[in-house]
Design a protein around this ligand. Sequence first.
Ligand code: PLP
Length: 445
Amino acid sequence: MSPVAITPPSEVETTSHLTEHGIEHALKRSAPSQLKTAALNENITDLPPTPTSTSKSGTATPLPELDASLLQCTYATSPRPVPAAGSAERKSMRACTDHMIQARWTSTTGWSAPTLQPYGPLSLMPTASCLHYATECFEGMKLYRGFDGKLRLFRPQLNCNRMLLSTNRIALPGFPPSELLKLIVKLCAVDGKKWLPKDQPGSFLYIRPTMIADDPALGVQRPNEALLFVILSCFPPMDDKKGGVKLLASQDDMCRAWPGGFGYAKVGANYGPSLVAQGEARAKGFDQILWLFGSDNVVTEAGASNFFVVWRTREGVLQLVTASLNERIVLDGITRRSVLELARSKLNTAYENLKPLEVIERKFTMAELDEAASEGRLVECFAAGTAWFVAPIAHIHYRGRDIKVPVGDGETGAYTKVLKSWLKGIMWGMEGFEGHEWGHVIDEE
Ligand code: PLP
């Protein structure tokens, strides 16, 4: 069967979720206090308790929103050592920077003033909702030390928007994503100078905004208390695997996400249950699981990355294909979006020695991938996400057989290489990408 481009009507709605329109919709569902009065009349069936407080006289007043301008700062007096590049401590992913952001929310008082404070442990009651009912979600982004000496975030507003979608999915409170972004920027501005020194261009810190319900009530119910925190962690680079990544296709008895579930949200509940399969894959010498779904083995994602394939159709058309977001079993990755947008705008005509590509988001199966490989039509595959960045895939093990994926020069396929180089240029402020709108420059303190 040759692949065809399908863009169902619901695509537009689904892919708008991280946009301003999508966020406005999400806020309507989660934080009615932010709405203009007219919007309150909309027929929304799954609203949480309206975030207002009622005075003795019976008048309802909106509860305070998350407000970055109220930030209270307490600076660390015993600064933490920075682990050396390539050290075991850095690889352990345990080291965090000197400070963290915290903000508390309750259903009766709304959001309290956020704090920037020394990095340290949290205090939770054993009954805390997140420990029992997976009321936790998070984001993953990076702070980059550019080759031009500047500190940058990459499209951070999209991460903050996605965080709101995730909190919505698991009954955590809403917040204005732009306020979260201001808090992230402040933390990066405070810790960036020391933890990403200017003499180490090309380095990065991993940013982990997280929200947990720390409501100390064991009943299974919507949480009435929550904690938002943001930490900066030292991570090793993960896109330098020699000879390409090896994937193990998931077995029939396990899937990562399903229609009606929460695969589209970045909730902790998606990750814990995937670790058995990931551990087995690693023990067998693979790097990640290629998650399939359903009896026809639809290809969805690779580990915590979106999966892309470049193939030629039987008619000879070159296509860049990735799973669509329509069924909401795939995360709307910021890297995925960026790869699609770059490919649509720059690879729709010949680029240097590369032929133009058709860019397609659609459901596709392992059988199609397998056929393309056996008929010599498979050009390259790569995984794309914040942690793994753009990682060429060399090998997919599927139901007892090995599918060998071409990797260009032995390290990276040509399309993978050019897409990665454009993203890298924007993230690290390289020559030719200065001032790109996706790079959010941080003023250091
Ligand atoms: N898919 C999953 C399941 C992920 O956890 C991630 C990482 O966040 C991605 C895809 C890639 O998303 P992004 O590019 O926003 O990092």
